[in-house]
Write a protein that binds this ligand. Structure first.
Ligand SMILES: NC(=O)c1ccc[n+]([C@@H]2O[C@H](COP(=O)([O-])OP(=O)(O)OC[C@H]3O[C@@H](n4cnc5c(N)ncnc54)[C@H](OP(=O)(O)O)[C@@H]3O)[C@@H](O)[C@H]2O)c1
Length: 320
């Protein structure tokens, strides 16, 4: 297979390039990023896809600055919504499959029954980033003729189904960590060391709950979905997939786990999310129910964080 990845230099894109490179069924990887792939350029997707005609495209490129999206919602809609529709239309035209990466921020997070969000649950984005990503989902579904209700539950079906054969997957994920860039574990280590030096308590948000997800684990899951689609008699890509590491955590619980691994002993205090007002409001309950994957569920987030922190020099990374 020839597989293209947009946003190839980003957190997920980097992990995908590595995972695809280790996959036996991938013959060629096309790594697309700025400036050749530009979400601001309406002709960019069509030019690349019609020239290279990949078997599948994994579209990770996005404007992921959620506060920036809140300040400039029209730009967010262009990059995270309209540009997805252009990519999907180009893929349909070329006969390519598409994996569009989306977010838990399509849900408002106001649920109080403690249940994780499933693909069949009602979307209602709480901020312009989520609004734009949901617009991208809708645009991709329209291009693939996958706008019916069936698409929402297609990933939950076991075994081959007509609906699952659709060559479009929407993969929603949450709270990505991993290289490159300074991620949440590194930010927490940096904040703790600063607070320790100043003799202060470290304040941690306890009322925002989500699913920490390791970019390499998500990348492996996406590759397994593409492999299953490629396999003769496989069940296809079609549907909305929720792909996150196992379990859930508040930001405070995640931070304390990181601090324990880093051996940092500091007084912490739980504070509400609104302690630091931001232009963008995240869902307070952003927990996704994982959908079935060919290789089984992803490992618990704690195992992934533990591995991540043995692989990186988090102190050095955090001080960048
Ligand atoms: N990070 C999270 O916690 C999270 C949670 C849920 C869902 N997601 C979704 O997961 C996907 C991957 O996220 P990530 O964390 O890997 O993001 P990331 O590290 O910010 O990477 C985004 C990629 O998109 C590229 N990009 C940004 N603006 C662009 C533009 N105008 N034209 C073309 N490319 C552009 C970036 O290029 P440059 O680096 O050159 O700017 C980068 O390669 C995104 O679709 C995101 O919405 C992320």
């Amino acid at each position: 297979m020839r597989v293209a990845v947009t946003g190839a230099g980003g957190r997920l894109g980097t992990a995908l390039i590595k995972a695809l490179g280790a996959s036996p069924f991938v013959e060629e990887i096309l790594a697309w990023d700025l400036p050749e792939h530009n979400l601001d350029d309406p002709g960019s997707a069509e030019r690349l896809v019609s020239l290279h005609r990949p078997d599948a495209v994994v579209h990770t490129a996005a404007w992921t600055d959620v506060d920036g999206c809140a300040r400039e919602p029209a730009v967010a809609l262009r990059r995270n919504g309209t540009a997805v529709g252009e990519m999907a239309a180009a893929c349909v035209e070329a006969g390519s499959a598409l994996v569009m990466v989306s977010t838990n921020e399509v849900f408002d997070g106001l649920r109080t029954d403690g249940r994780p969000y499933e693909p069949t649950d009602q979307t209602n984005p709480p901020n312009p980033y989520g609004i734009a990503k949901l617009a991208g989902e809708h645009a991709a579904r329209a291009a693939y003729g996958a706008s019916g209700e069936w698409f929402m539950s297609a990933a939950l079906a076991s075994g081959p189904t007509d609906s699952a054969a659709t060559a479009l997957a929407i993969v929603r994920t949450a709270w990505l960590f991993g290289q490159p860039g300074v991620d949440f574990p590194q930010k927490i280590v940096a904040a703790a060391e600063k607070a320790l030096a100043a003799g202060q308590t470290l304040s941690l948000v306890s009322d925002e709950v989500g699913c920490p997800t390791y970019a390499p684990d998500l990348a492996a899951a996406i590759v397994s979905l593409i492999g299953e689609w490629h396999r003769p008699g496989g069940r296809g890509l079609g549907g909305i997939h929720h792909v996150v590491n196992g379990g859930q955590a508040s930001r405070a619980e995640w931070a304390r786990y990181v601090l324990a691994l880093a051996g940092i002993d500091i007084d912490t205090a739980d504070v509400p999310l609104n302690t630091w007002p931001r232009p963008s409001t995240p869902p307070t309950w952003g927990v996704l129910e994982p959908t079935p994957l060919p290789g089984g569920p992803l490992r618990p987030w704690q195992d992934a964080v533990s591995q991540h922190m043995t692989l990186i020099n988090y102190r050095q990374e955090a001080s960048r």
